[in-house]
Write a protein that binds this ligand. Sequence first.
Ligand code: 1CP
Length: 346
Amino acid sequence: MPHTDAPLLRALRGERPERTPVWFMRQAGRSLPEYRDLRVGTRMLDACLDPDLASEITLQPVRRHGVDAAIFFSDIVVPLRLAGVQVEIVPGRGPVFDEPVRSAADVDALTARDPAEVSAAASPVAEAIARITAELGDTPLIGFAGAPFTLAAYLVEGGPSKEHLRARAMMHADPVSWHRLADWLARVAAAFLDVQVRAGARAAQLFDSWAGSLSPEDYRAFAAPHSRTALGGVHGRVPLIHFGVGTGPILPDMRLHGLADAVGADWRVPLDQAAGMLGPDTTVQGNIDPALLQAPWPVLEAHVRDVLHRGRAARAHIVNLGHGVPPDTDPDVLTRIVELVHAEAS
Ligand code: 1CP
């Protein structure tokens, strides 16, 4: 079977393969005991930039669950580290920056760095991907990057936050600095995606996890144009998936004027409704409620069947969760979902 016939790639083209493709955001990670074993003694970002660890961790969920895609084990802040920004991932918390980027002068200092540094420093990424794709065979690898708004939500705040107030304030208080920052982040994300696609990723996903915290007007004015820049460099080379949490009201905007082949929806929007909002030219991805991974199997099974049923309203459907796998998920439940989705007629 040539690569392009893989169910994930067919679904991204708008076809309905005999088997509905399924993969899980954060499938590589703490829900897997084999991941926890490998990570002992290695900091998160060091693991991302170690080709042995990154390739092995990427492959673990594919071997275990039989999912239809691998997602590259990395993080949205890895290209910032490659560009020379001081960032760590603090266990149990997330990305934390030594120096938050808050003033016009901070933005000027950051954006003086050349996004080409990302490509120059990315050989561990390219090496990991070469190993992964050699072992994956026909199963495609999805490369990814963080969207400019979601990256800025961490960078301006200095770490994780609930409402991303500082980034949203900067948009209105100093729009010139905001656009300069977001454009730089878009070029950094684009460089990271380019490295992954050159090395063998067969699709790319842009994570704008926190886009749902923006009003539709602010999303259109301050975020979407930069997300288009981030994806522009790989557009036409690989199919593109665009995802965010809480994006019900802006789902049509998440198509980025047709740049995205698929749009991911979280669990709050019924998929048939999402399909109606997205129209006939976009594949839907989603949207099993991560909370239901803890429910008794018959409850979860009925929910997965409902997601599959509603997904039939779209031109094509890629099954996924509405957000990432929670760390305390029983991995056998994920395997069971894959078996169920594959056993159902598409
Ligand atoms: O200690 C650990 O094991 C670290 C936990 C962890 C992991 C496994 C983090 C810290 N990042 C990752 C890997 C990761 N991050 C992947 C790998 C591949 C896979 O999906 O299996 C991906 C795609 C990401 C992307 C990412 N990082 C996003 C977008 C996706 C999403 O979940 O919305 C975001 C928002 C981040 C930031 C981040 N990195 C790590 C954490 C805990 C967070 C979130 C912090 C917060 O709550 O704001």
